[in-house]
Structures are given as structure tokens and as C-alpha cells.
Design a protein around this ligand. Structure first.
Ligand SMILES: [Fe+2]
Length: 236
């Protein structure tokens, strides 16, 4: 099933439904998975304890690969990324933004088809325990530099989405960083992985980055196995 991935107000969901009913009709598996994910809450820290000292050793290894994340003309937004899982043959500095990929491929790629580790995956050893737990799709390391932001948006709001999202916060200085989800500013525990409900409105802003903070955004294949693995890792 193809994913619908653009701004929700640009999508005529009813038209898509009338043309391709299966595309937006949740299956029993979709409903089971989404109900279970909803029961976990909007913002749930997981039990992984990411090793700050290992991250600081990994960070210089990323240096050759940082490149701007989805730059837009006439918009100043200082974000840099390294692709960790992408399409077959992708490099760490290949395109990683879904909208950029649409422009390259002429179609919206599935998050789950981008499940090939790049050269950077081996080097980002601080994340290996997490990577080894789940079936990962498109995954990238992203750094918001001073003034970098993601404006308010929602990701994959329909019940037929093929993936859910985890985010890891690497580095230990988040006092000048804001993550708002569903109208509430969330506490970010450094070096922690969260499940969060991307179907709810969210935004991120970074007012200052001491250059050791970054995030790993992971798209996890939405199936019952991955959700059971997630439940085992829920912190409280
Ligand atoms: Fe998002």
C-alpha cells in the first residue's frame, strides 16, 4: 500500500478513498496496532540508557557526512543530517527528507522501503542496541543548530500508516531546546529514546546548540512484532 505523505490540508482524503478505497481503509491489523500504540500515550520514554561518552566518540566520525536537511529557498533553517538507513545504495550524505525524495523519485517513497543501512550505521554505535531491536525504515541523525526548527506539523496521521516513529536525544544539554507535542512542551531526558505520537501536532525549536546535541529519527515498521518489542521497552 502506498503511503500518503504530504501536508494534510493539501490532501483530498475523500477523493483518494473514492479512487482507491483500500489505500485509506484500515485493516484489522492497522486497528489492532493503532489501538495498542494509542494506549501507550503521546510521549513515552524507553528504558535504553544511551552512553553519552560513546556518543561523543561517534560524533567526530559523522563529520564528513553532515549536510543540510531539506533546505528551502528563502527560509533560514539551520538543520544538518546524516542518513543512517535509506534506499539501497544510499550514502550517509544522500537525500533523507521525504519531500526531497518525492522530488527525486516522482512518488512518495515508503518509509519502510528505506531500510538499508548506510556506512554511517556502523559508526553510530551508541544506537546499535536500539537498531538491533526493531525493523527500521528511513532513519537519520539530525542536528538543529542555533535557530534550527521544525514548524508545527503532523506526520502520517492516517490509521493505514506503515510505520511509527521513535526519536533519540543524544547529548546532555537540552536547556535551549523545545519540543512541543499536542500543545504541551515536553521534558527531554538527555540520551533517552522516546516513542511519540507523530499524528499529534508537534514542533521543535533550538535556541542554542553546544554542538554535541543531535537526534536520531527512526521510522519503525508498524506491525504487531515491533509493537510488542516497543512495549517491552516502555519505561514506566
Ligand atoms: Fe515530525
Amino acid at each position: 500500500m502506498n503511503e500518503v505523505t504530504t501536508k494534510n490540508f493539501e490532501i483530498d482524503y475523500e477523493k483518494i478513498y473514492l479512487e482507491e478505497p483500500n489505500r485509506l481503509t484500515p485493516t484489522p491489523d492497522d486497528i489492532a496496532c493503532e489501538l495498542q500504540l494509542s494506549a501507550l500515550g503521546d510521549w513515552a520514554p524507553l528504558t535504553y540508557e544511551l552512553d553519552q561518552s560513546l556518543w561523543l566518540k561517534n560524533l567526530p566520525l559523522m563529520e564528513p557526512w553532515w549536510h543540510p536537511y531539506q533546505p528551502k529557498p528563502n527560509v533560514q533553517n539551520d538543520r544538518e543530517c546524516v542518513l543512517i538507513y535509506g534506499a539501497e545504495g544510499d550514502k550517509p550524505n544522500s537525500l533523507s527528507g521525504i519531500r526531497q525524495l518525492y522530488e527525486k523519485l516522482g512518488r512518495w517513497p515508503l518509509e519502510t522501503e528505506m531500510n538499508h543501512p548506510t556506512e554511517a550505521q556502523q559508526q553510530l554505535s551508541v544506537m546499535h542496541e536500539v537498531f538491533d531491536t526493531f525493523d527500521l525504515g528511513r532513519t537519520f541523525l539530525i542536528k538543529l543548530n542555533q535557530g534550527g526548527f521544525f514548524p508545527k506539523h503532523r506526520d502520517h496521521i492516517h490509521l493505514t500508516r506503515e510505520s511509527f516513529r521513535l526519536i533519540a536525544f543524544l547529548g546532555d544539554n537540552h536547556k535551549n531546546f523545545e519540543f512541543e507535542l499536542d500543545g504541551i512542551k515536553r521534558t527531554v531526558i538527555p540520551n533517552t529514546v522516546y516513542y511519540f505520537d507523530t499524528r499529534k501536532e508537534h514542533r521543535l525549536h533550538c535556541w542554542e546548540n553546544k554542538n554535541d546535541n543531535a537526534m536520531v529519527v527512526m521510522n519503525i515498521k508498524k506491525d504487531w512484532n515491533n509493537i510488542l518489542r516497543l512495549m517491552t521497552k516502555i519505561g514506566h
